[in-house]
Design a protein around this ligand. Structure first.
Ligand code: ZN
Length: 146
C-alpha cells in the first residue's frame, strides 16, 4: 500500500476566504501514483476549515453571509478574554468567532480515488476555508491506496 503526504502552502488575503485547492489535491494524488484508494485533505489549524462545495462566486458570498450569521463577529467570546490575559501565549487575535466557525466546518474531507482520479461530482470542488485571515497556511494532503 502507498501512503503519500504532501503539503499545500497558501496565503489568505481576507478574514473569511474560500480558496479552491482542488487542482493542488489532484496534483498530489497524481504524484502519489495511487490508482485506487482515497485522499485525505486535512487542516492542521484551529481557524481553517476544509469543505467540499461548488465554486461559484455568488455562492461564496452566500456561504460567507451564513457563517457571519451563525457566528456573529460582535458576539461576546470568552476565548477573546483568554487571548488578552495569556499575553505571550496568545497570538494577539480576538478570534473566538473564527474558532467557532471552524467547529461548524470541520478540518478534513476524504475523497475516493478510482483509476487515479478523484471521484468528485461534476460541480464539487475542495476548499480550504480561511476563517481568520490573512495569513500563511499549510494544508496536509495524505493519499493512501494501491
Ligand atoms: Zn484563538
Amino acid at each position: 500500500m502507498i501512503v503519500h503526504k504532501q503539503k499545500i502552502e497558501k496565503e489568505s488575503r481576507s478574514q473569511i476566504e474560500f480558496i479552491d485547492i482542488t487542482h493542488e489535491v489532484e496534483e498530489a494524488v497524481r504524484e502519489s501514483k495511487v490508482k485506487n484508494g482515497q485522499v485525505l485533505v486535512f487542516s492542521p489549524h484551529t481557524t481553517v476549515g476544509i469543505s467540499i462545495n461548488q465554486n461559484e462566486t455568488l455562492l461564496m458570498q452566500d456561504f460567507q453571509r451564513l457563517l457571519y450569521k451563525l457566528v456573529p463577529i460582535d458576539e461576546r467570546y470568552s476565548h477573546d478574554l483568554f487571548e488578552l490575559k495569556s499575553g505571550s501565549k496568545s497570538d494577539g487575535r480576538s478570534n473566538g468567532h473564527s474558532h467557532c466557525k471552524n467547529l461548524i466546518l470541520g478540518v478534513s474531507e476524504a475523497v475516493p480515488i478510482e483509476e487515479g482520479k478523484l471521484l468528485l461530482g461534476k460541480r464539487q470542488n475542495i476548499f480550504m476555508v480561511e476563517l481568520d485571515g490573512g495569513r500563511k497556511r499549510d494544508i496536509i494532503v495524505q493519499t493512501m491506496g494501491e
